[in-house]
Each structure stands twice: as C-alpha cells, then as structure tokens.
Design a protein around this ligand. Sequence first.
Ligand code: FAD
Length: 404
Amino acid sequence: MQEVHILGAGLSGLAAATILAKAGKKVHVHEVLSDSGARFDGDFQGLENWTSEIDFFDEMENWGLNPSEFKSDAFSIVDLAHPDDVITNPITDGIAFRVVERGTDSHCIDQGLKRMAMESGVEIHYKSKKNPTDCDIIAAGPKNSSAVAFGEIFHTSHKNHVTFQLNDRLAPGAYSYMIIIDGIGLICTCLWRKQRKSSRYLNETIAWYEKFYDLNRKPIKRVGGKGDFGLPSRYRHEGKYYVGEAGGLQDFMWGFGMRYAITSGVFAAKDILGECDYEKEIRKRLVPLVKSSVINRFFMNRMGDRGFKIIANYWMRNQTKTGDGLKFMKRLYSPGIIRKLIWPIAKFSMLKKIKSDDGRTIHRMPFRKSLKRDDWVPSNRAMEIGEEWKNIQKSGGKISFKGE
Ligand SMILES: Cc1cc2nc3c(=O)[nH]c(=O)nc-3n(C[C@H](O)[C@H](O)[C@H](O)COP(=O)(O)OP(=O)(O)OC[C@H]3O[C@@H](n4cnc5c(N)ncnc54)[C@H](O)[C@@H]3O)c2cc1C
C-alpha cells in the first residue's frame, strides 16, 4: 500500500498517520470537523498508567511519538471520595496518570499529535467528507452512546488537584471527577445510565464539590461527550483497520480510552508496514484489558453506593497491604481464572449482538435505562447553580454538549 487514507484526525488516526508517514508512506487523513480536537472543548482527561508495566510516555517514545509536543501534568496522588463522603488518598511512588487537555488549543494532546503528523509529511484534510469504504484505517471515534460525561469548566483559585468520586446518586452507575490545572477546573459527572436531564446531575455534583473544596468557582463553559463500548468480532475487516473507539477499543469500566486509541493506531500502522499482525497484536495487548473492563462493568452495574463503598474500602486496604495505591487499579485489569469463568455470563447478559453498517458483528453495550433511584429532588444549592449557569449562557457561556 503506497498511499494510505485514514478516516478521522483524532488520537488513533493521527498516531497511525505519523508512524506511516515517518516510514515514507504518502498519508491522507480525512476529518469531518474543522480541526483536530474540535470534538472536545478544553476538557481535561487522564492518560492512565495502570494497564501496562511500561510508562505510557516511554512507550510513545519507543514508537517514535514525542509526548513533549503537548502539555501534560503527572499525578501520583488523588482524593478518592467515597459514597458516604469520606475522602481518602490513593498514592503511588511513580506516575499514576497524566492530565492532558483535549481541544484545539496548541497545548492540547490533539494538536500535539497533529503537529507530529504534519511534521512527518501527513496531509490532513479538514471538513472533509470521505466515504469510509475509500479509507484503509477507520479512526472516526465513537458512533453510538453507551454512556455520557457532562462537565463544567471554571476559573478557580484552588491549586492543582484531582478528585475521583464514586457516587451512584451524582453519577448513576459510574463516578464523577474534579481536575484542576493552573487555575482552570473541570467538574464532570459520568452517566452510565441514560437520564433525561444530564444538567441536573452536573448541578448537584458541582454543589457537592463546592461543599468539600474551597473553589472560588467562576464558570466558563459546559462540555462533555459520549463513549461507545463494543467488542467487534474482528479488528481488521475486509482489509480495513478499525482503531480507537471506532474499533470499540474502550475501557468499559471507567472510559479511559485514550491509551487504547493511540496504541491501536500505532499497531495498525505497523501492520501496514509489515512489522506486525494488527489483529493478533490487538488481541494480545488490548482485548484482555477490554474484556476485564467488561467484567468489572458487569459488577459495577449491579452495585449501588453500598457496593461502591466496599470498592473504596478494598482499594485503601489493598494500598495499606501493598504500599502502592496503583496496584489496585492494575489488578482490576489483570485477567485471571475468576474473570475467565465470569466472562460468558457478563458477555451474554450485558452486551447486545448487532451487525454494523460495514458488516462487522459487534457485541456492544447499550446505554442502560435509568432506575427509580435516579429520580431525586435537587438540593437548593444545585438549583441555584442551574440558574447561575442559565445566566452565564445568556451572557455568552458556551455549551458544547447537551447530553442525551
Ligand atoms: C467527556 C469525555 C471524557 C473522557 N475522559 C477520558 C479520560 O479521562 N481518559 C481517557 O483515556 N479517555 C477519556 N475519554 C475517552 C477518550 O476521549 C476516547 O476514548 C478517545 O478520544 C478515542 O480516540 P479516537 O481516536 O478513537 O477518537 P477521537 O480522538 O475522538 O477522534 C475521532 C475523530 O474522528 C472524527 N470523525 C468522526 N466521524 C468522522 C467521519 N465520518 N469522517 C471523518 N472524521 C470523522 C472526529 O471528529 C474526531 O476528530 C473521555 C471521553 C469523553 C467523551
């Protein structure tokens, strides 16, 4: 293949494009939006360091990708907010994760990867509507919703910080988080059960964070997006490579899909260069992680706050025993005999077999319905926050995602 066409100039597409162009291929990337990162709007995301023993930045460098092309902030400690509002601190000696920004500003990871691609000679065609059948690598991100995340970005005087909260009321079936980097904060709630008004959950989540942290919060905008979780029968189908979320390569438990996206893009490129077999490599490196996350998600779907409290306590006990808070996260993704036994039950009861437009068979996770307990009366402060946001919107505050 002398000329390679890639659909989507996001993380997976640009990683693939860079590797190919560096090896001398003529590469065209076709992106439907006006820029890389335009799907996001300044959201902070965490690049995890727990699904492999190798630090992800070392891995990127080994592949010839330069992580210093974008801004990142490394964290080794977080606040873990339990469902009963107890706050503890998982901590590790190394780097647990790095916070990066998604969007079109030059320090964002999307723009860093875009620069790497262009410097390698890749031609990126923005606002381009290319037919997927004319492309070799499909890197177009999520198509359907299995879950959504909805957040607010604000100015704050609080120092750099990350809180991860397990709370079934504020984030049905999932978690919320707060990330603060250099005076800019993001409070986000993830909804793993479909709700009619996502903003209700966000307002209540913000009210919770305000109560526990001195934020001096000045809202700027509201952001969010969807995640698409599915296990296709093949990652290479009819000559095409499906990478990143377009290939269903996502973390069913928490939604940490960035590392899988970049990794899969790199291996699609390596296959084209004759250096590996993409299907085999993805099945060896990523599918076991995805399957573990499916099983974890299967358990999480059966839990409420009592179950989340047990997880949080177990995490901290594990840290006391091993001396490393990251070991718990690593363990969650390691396949074992119990996971193997549960796998068929989790697959059968949670995933729905579908045929995609391109003829692939996919076991995908549908967006779960809401439960009776998701219907609660908002607090006064949450209602005030909702009103405050309406006024900010009237004076120009942007909302780039309205939820489902
Ligand atoms: C709110 C939110 C928070 C998240 N937080 C985290 C986190 O903390 N950590 C983490 O690891 N992951 C996180 N994720 C998941 C992560 O963003 C994705 O898994 C990752 O971006 C997937 O990369 P990708 O290359 O598959 O898709 P993207 O990076 O989204 O790239 C896909 C590109 O394809 C383009 N495209 C779509 N359709 C077409 C088409 N028909 N033609 C041409 N181009 C097209 C899109 O515009 C986009 O630019 C989060 C996701 C959301 C929504």
